[in-house]
Unconditional design. Structure first.
Ligand code: GAR
Length: 202
């Protein structure tokens, strides 16, 4: 089975969904490490309680981004993952780091890329008057949120939506999309996967 390291910064709900999916004996991958840049990330304790090895590489303990990334790389090399899955990992990664994992690193982003790379995606979709939003799983390259798209799921934007209500609706889809894409990716299948709002193939 392919070895998967998951990088988080917060609650880790996407990480938990990936881990839960990988408990299936037929799954092509297995979680070998959950790594956070923040020792207080709630997802760390959740992963540990499921028996998954965890590690912290605190970006504030390093002089600069390359030094932080060397710390990340050292932890990753110990765990020897085949695939690195970013799941709410809120640090920008430089080209030398992403190139080490080219074709092996995934990210989930809460927008319908190429729209709204970066932060505050839901507020920006509302501000633009969009009638739909969603999430994307993509390969990570040095181009922030710009790597090849592996899958998307869409949701309607409703008249009374706030950034928070929209984020919650998108997160439900993130929890469906990311495990589905990871399964395919772990089998070497990079064809794009599009999910309809009910979670079915569209
Ligand atoms: C998710 O909505 C994810 O798409 C987003 O952060 C949230 C993490 O939630 N990621 C980004 O914004 C990446 N720039 P989680 O910790 O519960 O999975």
């Amino acid at each position: 089975r392919k070895r998967v390291a998951i990088l988080i910064s917060g609650g880790g709900s996407n990480m938990l969904r990936l881990v839960e999916d990988m408990t299936d004996a037929d799954h092509p991958a297995v979680p070998v490490l959950v790594l956070s840049n923040d020792a207080n990330a709630a997802g760390l304790a959740r992963a540990a309680s499921l028996g998954i090895p965890t590690a912290v590489v605190d970006h504030r303990a390093f002089a600069d981004r390359p030094a932080f990334e060397a710390g990340l790389q050292a932890q990753l090399q110990q765990a020897a993952p085949d695939i690195v899955a970013l799941a709410g990992f809120m640090r920008i990664l430089t080209a030398p780091f992403t190139e080490q994992w080219a074709g092996r690193m995934l990210n989930i982003h809460p927008s319908l890329l190429p729209k709204y790379r970066g932060l505050h995606t839901h507020a920006r979709a509302l501000e633009a008057g969009d009638d739909e939003a969603g999430c994307s799983v993509h390969e990570v390259t040095a181009d922030l949120d710009g790597g090849p798209i592996l899958g998307q799921a869409r949701v309607p934007i409703l008249p009374d939506d706030t950034a928070d209500t929209l984020a919650a609706r998108v997160l439900v889809q993130e929890h469906r999309l990311y495990p589905a894409v990871l399964r395919r990716f772990a089998c070497g299948d990079r064809r794009r996967l599009d999910l309809s709002p009910d979670g079915n193939l569209s």
